[in-house]
Design a protein around this ligand. Structure first.
Ligand code: B12
Ligand code: SF4
Ligand code: SF4
Length: 334
C-alpha cells in the first residue's frame, strides 16, 4: 500500500465519506499552476462586483485565499475530505414552524470535521515526521470546493457548491495542506450538463450566472452572515425568506444528484426536535442566555442572538402576511 493509499484508508476509518488528493507544482518549476491563477481571477472578479457584501474577511487576503502555498510554505499536496451530512428526516414545515438548513441540524460541522482532521494529521506525522501540515474546515482563507473538485471528490455545480455523484451536494468539506509529495487523484468532471434546476429554484435570483452566487441576495448570507448593529435584510427580499430562519437549501434540494443520497450514519449530524420543527413563537421570546446555552455547539450561534431573533421576526411577519393573503376579508354581497 502506498503512503497516499494509507492516508486515504485512515481518513475513511476516521469517518470521512470522501477523500482525495491534489498536487501543487512548486513555483521554481517555472510555470505557475493553473488552478491558483484561475481561482485568483475568479475571486477578484467576485469581489470587484461586491458579491461578498459585508463579509469583509473574504476580501482581506485574496492572494493567499487563491493559493495554498501562501498558507503553508512549501505546500505540495492538498488532502481534501468530505463528510456526508444528509439524514432521511424531513423538516416539519407546518405553519408556525421555521426552517433551518440541513447542515445546521446537528452539531457544528467545523468541530466534527476538525476533531478527525487533527487525528489524521497526527497519523501523517507518525508516518512522515518531516512533513509540515495544516488543516482547515472553513477556518482559514482557502477555496475548499475548488480543491475538493481537483482532488476528485466531485464537481462544482451551477449553484457553486461541490456535487458528488455518490453523496450529491450533502458533503461538508475540509482539507490538510502538506509539504509531502502525494499521488494525485483525477479531478472531478462537471456532470451538470444542460440542467439549470438550481438556478430556477433560487427564490431571490442569487445565482446570477452558472457557478456564480451574489451573496448579497442569498438567503444563507442574509440569515447567517448579515449581522451586527443595523444589519437589516433589504425590504424587497424579506418576503422571499418565507419561514427560513437559518440558511437555505433550495438550490440543493432540487438537484437530481441528491435524489439517491444515502443517509449518514454520523450521530453528530442527526437533528433534534428543535432544529427539525422550530416553533417561531417560542423562539421569538428566547433570551440571550437561553440562546447561547441552546446553540452552544451548533452553527446556529453564528448570527448571534440579535441576528437570529431578526430572522425569527421576519418569518413571523411572512407567516402573518401569507395567512392574510390566503384568507382575504369576506367581500360583502348583495
Ligand atoms: C463565503 C461562503 C459562503 C457565502 C457565499 C457563497 C459562495 N458561493 O461563494 C454564503 C454565505 C452565501 C454561503 C452560503 C452557503 N454555503 Co458557504 N461558504 C463560503 C466559504 C467560506 C467561501 C466560498 C468562497 O470562496 N466564495 C468566493 C467565490 C469567489 O467562490 P465560489 O463560490 O467558491 O465560486 C468560485 C469557484 O467555484 C470558481 N470555480 C472553481 N472551479 C470552477 C469551475 C467552473 C467551470 C467555473 C465556471 C467556476 C469555477 O469560480 C467561482 C466564482 O466565480 C466556503 C468555505 C471555504 N473556505 O471555501 C463555504 C462553503 C462553500 N459553504 C458551504 C455551504 C454548505 C453553504 C450553504 C449550502 C449553507 C446553507 N445551506 O445555507 C450555502 C449555499 C449557497 C450557495 N449556493 O453557494 C460549504 C459547501 C460544501 C459543498 N458541498 O460545496 C463550504 C465549502 C463550507 C464547508 N467547509 O463545507 N457560503
Ligand atoms: S442557498 Fe437559497 S438563496 Fe442562496 S443561492 Fe441557494 S437557493 Fe438561492
Ligand atoms: S441542479 Fe442541475 S445545474 Fe444545479 S448543480 Fe444540480 S445538476 Fe448542476
Amino acid at each position: 500500500m502506498t503512503f497516499s493509499e494509507e492516508i486515504k484508508r485512515e481518513a475513511r476509518r476516521l469517518g470521512f465519506s470522501a477523500v482525495g488528493i491534489s498536487r501543487i507544482a512548486e513555483r521554481e518549476e517555472g510555470t505557475d499552476t493553473p488552478l491558483p491563477r484561475f481561482l485568483h481571477a475568479r475571486l477578484l472578479e467576485w469581489l470587484r462586483r461586491g458579491y461578498h457584501g459585508t463579509m469583509d474577511w473574504m476580501a482581506r487576503v485574496p492572494d493567499r485565499r487563491a493559493d495554498p502555498r501562501r498558507a503553508l510554505a512549501g505546500c505540495r499536496s492538498v488532502i481534501s475530505v468530505g463528510m456526508n451530512y444528509y439524514t432521511s428526516h424531513q423538516a416539519d414545515e407546518q405553519p408556525g414552524h421555521g426552517r433551518i438548513a440541513r447542515y445546521a441540524w446537528g452539531e457544528d460541522y467545523h468541530e466534527v470535521l476538525m476533531r478527525r482532521l487533527a487525528q489524521l494529521e497526527a497519523r501523517i506525522k507518525t508516518l512522515a515526521p518531516q512533513a509540515q501540515t495544516r488543516s482547515y474546515v472553513d477556518t482559514g482563507p482557502i477555496m475548499e470546493k475548488a480543491w475538493a473538485q481537483q482532488a476528485g471528490l466531485g464537481w462544482i455545480g451551477k449553484h457553486s457548491n461541490l456535487v458528488s455523484d455518490q453523496y450529491g451536494s450533502w458533503l461538508l468539506l475540509g482539507e490538510i495542506l502538506t509539504t509531502l509529495d502525494l499521488d494525485p487523484d483525477e479531478p472531478g468532471t462537471d456532470l451538470c450538463g444542460s440542467c439549470t434546476l438550481c438556478i430556477k429554484a433560487c427564490p431571490t435570483g442569487a445565482i446570477t450566472e452558472p457557478y456564480v452566487v451574489d451573496a448579497r441576495k442569498c438567503i444563507s448570507y442574509l440569515t447567517i452572515e448579515l449581522r451586527g448593529p443595523g444589519a437589516e435584510i433589504p425590504d424587497e427580499l424579506t418576503p422571499k425568506l418565507g419561514n427560513r430562519i437559518f440558511g437555505c437549501d433550495d438550490c440543493l434540494d432540487v438537484c437530481p444528484y441528491n435524489v439517491n443520497a444515502s443517509p449518514t450514519a454520523e450521530p453528530a449530524f442527526q437533528p433534534s426536535p428543535l432544529t427539525l420543527a422550530p416553533t417561531l413563537e417560542a423562539l421569538a421570546n428566547i433570551s440571550e442566555r437561553e440562546f447561547t446555552a441552546t446553540f452552544r455547539r451548533s452553527p446556529i450561534r453564528r448570527p448571534k442572538h440579535t441576528g437570529f431573533l431578526r430572522n425569527v421576526r421576519t418569518a413571523i411577519r411572512n407567516l402573518r402576511l401569507s395567512a392574510s393573503s390566503h384568507h382575504p376579508p369576506a367581500v360583502p354581497t348583495g
